[in-house]
Write a protein that binds this ligand. Structure first.
Ligand SMILES: Nc1nc2c(ncn2[C@@H]2O[C@H](COP(=O)(O)OP(=O)(O)OP(=O)(O)O)[C@@H](O)[C@H]2O)c(=O)[nH]1
Length: 453
């Protein structure tokens, strides 16, 4: 250490031992060295940290608390969020055998995200003709969402021709508005069209709640509420632009409210979509676990679950078991090929499922054998059901061309109640089926306790 230099702390004090010769760069919280400390009141750093009362104060910037919602930052975050979610949905859809609308959801989110980024590049309030490009992107993305939702809820998608026509009409109207009224016209048309699109999307979701399983109704209602309100707010924004001009919706309280709500919707929308996808996948897995892959009839596990449900009813109903076996099915395979045999199996399963009463169970019991379990019901009802099933199969056109014919033999158990009687009922149905085959096939035989009516 040089003689005369401060003892401690000088290295961290940015006056470097020459406090008054230059403008001091000492930060307010830097520990002072022994040179600065005694003359702190004269030192330039002290005078800088305490401005004289006469000096004009710099304008206050909003702090982190209560900071304004900045449209540019908000739109950037929305765009990134949409791009991430779109990519994720497309990844999930790529791995699903039946993506049911997920591809359209993903495409919609990606196109919306890119459109937002393009709008940021051009300037949010820009009135340039290039701005029509992201506008058209957003309209297409909204239609893509609606298409995805339709498919997700089991409805046919809108054809490509229709989508292209709507987008073309929008582009023409927006161009006309731009030529007539400049940027204001373009923004009014965009907000009104997007608002209408969101409201329609909400209505598609609301309509689907009527047909969907209860599990899916909650996220669908949430989706309908979120986009429905966004639609009304966006359309109202269009009217505000018309009445007050563009500045009113990009600055001030209205802009704060709109962008605040948009953030909330986007943040909630993504988990809602993923929630719906998760539920759908879960339902699909449940179906795969309980249904036969070839015929779509219940498998043993599905039958067990169905039987438990039937037995759990109060009062416990009387049930009957019917074993349905295709006659001479080996000949179908030998003459038409195994693939056609598969189609015939599928057709017969469908014919049986369409012929039973609501609540009856149809399961694939073995290779070309099905089991129907239903409530015994009124006297004569079981006999009528068994005969109807036999007749329906006989008259059905089967195979790829619908030109093949097959018959079935059916053995019907006596009515039974409770799981304990299940094994005995199956034995009785099997014995009756054997008897039907022995007696010449294409007939129904009833176990003792039930007689043909
Ligand atoms: N295509 C196809 N054939 C199957 C399947 N499962 C079993 N089979 C066929 O079903 C036929 C059953 O033949 P059999 O048990 O001799 O009975 P059947 O020819 O129907 O004669 P009856 O029952 O006595 O009237 C066999 O040829 C099996 O290969 C399947 O999943 N697909």
């Amino acid at each position: 250490m040089r003689p005369g230099w401060p003892r401690a702390g000088w290295a961290s004090c940015r006056c470097f031992g020459t406090p008054t010769t230059k403008a001091c760069t000492t930060r307010p919280r830097t520990p002072r060295c022994s040179i600065c400390a005694p003359a702190a009141s004269l030192h330039p750093c002290r005078s800088r940290s305490r401005p004289s009362p006469r000096a004009p104060r710099p304008p206050r910037r909003p702090g982190p608390e209560g900071a304004a919602v900045d449209p540019n930052t908000t739109v950037t975050l929305l765009a990134l969020n949409l791009l991430c979610v779109g990519g994720l949905l497309l990844l999930i859809a790529g791995r699903m055998p039946d993506p049911a609308g997920l591809r359209d959801f993903g495409t919609g989110a990606l196109v919306f995200g890119f459109s937002y980024l393009l709008r940021l590049q051009l300037g949010l309030g820009s009135g340039s003709a290039l701005g029509l490009l992201p506008d058209v992107g957003m309209i297409f993305a909204t239609l893509s969402f609606a298409n995805g939702l339709r498919q997700f809820t089991g409805r046919a998608p809108l054809g490509r021709g229709r989508l292209a026509a709507v987008v073309a009409v929008y582009a023409a109207v927006a161009l006309g508005a731009l030529l007539l009224a400049g940027g204001v016209g373009r923004h009014v048309v965009l907000n009104l069209a997007l608002g209408l699109g969101y409201v329609l999307l909400g209505l598609v979701a609301l309509r689907a709640t009527r047909r969907e399983v209860p599990l899916l109704r909650t996220p669908l209602r949430l989706l309908a509420g979120l986009v429905g309100v966004l639609g009304l707010v966006t359309a109202a924004r269009g009217l505000v632009i018309l009445a007050l001009g563009l500045t009113a919706v990009f600055e001030g309280a209205l802009a704060q409210a709109y962008y605040g709500y948009s953030v909330a919707v986007t943040v909630l929308l993504c988990p809602t979509l993923l929630w719906m996808v998760f539920l759908r996948l879960n339902m699909r897995l449940g179906e795969l676990a309980t249904h036969d892959a070839l015929t779509g009839a219940l498998n043993r596990r599905g039958l067990d679950e169905g039987l438990l449900r039937l037995h759990a009813q109060r009062p416990s109903p009387l049930l009957v078991a019917m074993l349905v076996d295709i006659d001479h099915f080996k000949q179908v395979n030998d003459q038409q090929g195994h693939a056609t045999g598969d189609v015939v199996l599928r057709d017969i399963a469908k014919t049986l499922a369409e012929g039973v009463r609501g609540g009856d169970l149809v399961a694939r019991w073995g290779g070309e054998e099905f089991l129907v379990v239903g409530q015994a019901g009124e006297p004569g009802a079981v006999q009528a059901l068994a005969e109807r099933l036999r007749a329906r199969v006989q008259s059905a056109g089967l195979g790829e061309q619908g030109t093949l014919a097959c018959t079935v033999s059916i053995g019907v158990s006596a009515p039974f109640a409770g799981p304990d009687a299940w094994a005995a009922a199956l034995r009785a149905a099997d014995a009756a089926l054997y008897e039907a085959k022995r007696a010449g096939r294409n007939r129904v035989v009833f176990a003792p306790g039930l007689t043909a009516s």
